[in-house]
Design a protein around this ligand. Structure first.
Ligand code: HEM
Length: 450
């Protein structure tokens, strides 16, 4: 009895000892072995950093740096990196810029980035085939003369960006091929001086203020990625360019379902709400509309505008009561989405099937109806240029719909008149090449020639 009690004590002490040693081993593994292994592995690939310290890593140094940065008064400067992320700033200087691969010269001009000619050509060709903004809207503030046309007030002008970008007349028979070398002599040469033929960032006074920023950012990001990795097309890739506010791949993350993806119920709900919205839109300006006002809005004005434009040779799909051409547009979209798309850059018939089909039937500029709103679709490069240049200030930006207002708020894209002039002046200054101050990034691309 006594001997079995002793055995039990020995076994349980052995188990306790074993658990204690295992725990010690686990702790040792977690706080010493794994961090050192990771540090060594990264160092062997040229990635250095502040040495790992037992248990707390670099948290103490980071916290001290923060305290030190916060204790200094900050001058009224945009150079906030060293203030907000003092540890990243300090470590980058120590372990990246001073390393043998990257040398940092503080006042270097960012010519390294502007010299990435092949990359500029590739970005331009991508923006030509897949412009993020496929069409840019304007609205006529009063009766205007556009080319030879007289356009009444309150007509929406839908300036197509995609159409001139895919027009064989400008780009030749290989228009649907990805050929960055067409931009080797610059944009003017590639377009044969047709200013309206390549407008991914718009044109004229309201051209994209972030153009320099966007292209520089893309070049820096791509140069960093391409120096370390290469790409090949995934076998799971499904070619489905898709327009929803901006132009993007429909299957953003492969294997992930888009929230609110199109199911038959969603489609039904969407089309009913569209109909509702159009009806509300048709009457929204009126408060309690009288019968005459309703008749005027949904029948008289559309028919009058249609006749006026037809008398000037501008044709289009006939206006249908309240809906305009919304149903046809939606059906054409559904029809295209139901077909599989081959791996081609000829995406105009897929992304804007109605504009593609109707320009073929009715000509380069035609009239279509978004509910009761007349839309003059303009694909002719000269007219696009005239609208964008907006010499007399008659082509206004349409008011944002509620969902777009949530995105843009009362920012620059939503402003008009004096307010826009003031804000644009400030934004122009902030987005100038010199203000962007990308000098530190040129070291990323110094030894790289693409
Ligand atoms: C590839 C990237 C981008 C493309 C293709 C693009 C395209 C455009 C286009 C076509 C317009 C003109 C809209 C019109 O005429 O009504 C525009 C305007 C504008 N963009 Fe961009 N954009 C890009 C990136 C950016 C970035 C990165 C910023 C800011 C950081 C930006 C800020 C703006 C602003 C503020 C306007 C309104 C300008 C005004 O109304 O005066 N964009 N953009």
């Amino acid at each position: 009895m006594r001997s079995s009690g002793g055995l039990l004590i020995i076994i349980s002490s052995f188990l306790c000892l074993f658990c204690f040693v295992a725990l010690l081993f686990k702790i040792f593994h977690k706080i010493w072995w794994t961090p050192n292994c990771i540090q060594k592995l990264m160092a062997s690939q040229g990635i250095r950093g502040p040495p790992y310290r037992l248990i707390h890593g670099n948290t103490k140094e980071i916290s001290n740096m923060y305290k030190e940065a916060r204790s200094r008064p900050l001058s009224l400067s945009h150079d906030i990196f060293s203030y907000v992320q003092s540890h990243v700033h300090s470590y980058m200087e120590q372990y990246i810029f001073l390393s043998s691969v990257y040398r940092f010269e503080p006042h270097e001009y960012p010519d390294g980035i502007s010299k990435l000619e092949t990359m500029s050509m590739i970005l331009n060709e991508s923006l030509r085939l897949y412009p993020p903004a496929v069409a840019i809207p304007r609205i006529t503030g009063r009766v205007v003369r556009l080319g030879k046309l007289i356009v009444p007030a309150n007509v929406q002008l839908l300036v197509s960006v995609l159409a001139p970008h895919h027009e064989p007349q400008f780009w030749g028979p290989d228009v649907h091929l990805f050929k960055p070398e067409r931009f080797s002599g610059g944009v003017a040469k590639a377009t044969n001086n047709n200013v309206g033929a390549f407008v991914p960032f718009g044109l004229g006074p309201r051209t994209c203020v972030g153009m320099n920023f966007a292209t520089t950012e893309a070049k820096i990001a791509l140069s960093l990625i391409l120096q370390r990795s290469s790409f090949t097309l995934s076998p799971a890739y499904i070619h489905a360019p898709y327009q929803s506010i901006i132009f993007r791949p429909q299957h953003r993350l492969q294997g992930c379902r888009r929230l609110g993806a199109r199911s038959p119920e969603n489609e039904k709900r969407a089309s009913t709400s569209l109909l509702k919205r159009l009806k509300v839109k048709a009457f929204s300006n009126y408060g309690r509309p009288s019968k005459t006002e309703i008749f005027h809005k949904i029948w008289w004005t559309p028919i009058r505008v249609q006749r006026l434009m037809a008398s000037q040779g501008i044709r289009g799909p006939p206006y249908r009561l309240i809906d305009g051409n919304a149903k046809e547009v939606s059906n054409m979209g559904k029809e295209v989405m139901s077909r599989p798309l081959d791996l081609s850059h000829n995406i105009f018939p897929v992304v804007l099937p109605h504009i593609h089909a109707w320009t073929k039937i009715y000509g380069k500029n035609y009239l279509q109806w978004h509910g009761t709103l007349p839309q003059l679709v303009v694909t002719e490069a000269d007219l696009c240029k005239e609208i964008f240049t907006n010499k007399d200030g008659v082509y206004l930006k349409p008011k944002f719909r509620p969902y777009a207002k949530k995105v843009f708020g009362n920012g620059l894209p939503a402003l008009e008149g004096e307010k826009w002039v003031k804000s644009r002046r400030l934004a122009n200054h902030a987005f100038r090449g010199e203000s962007l101050n990308v000098s530190c990034c040129s070291s990323y691309v110094r030894n790289w020639s693409l």
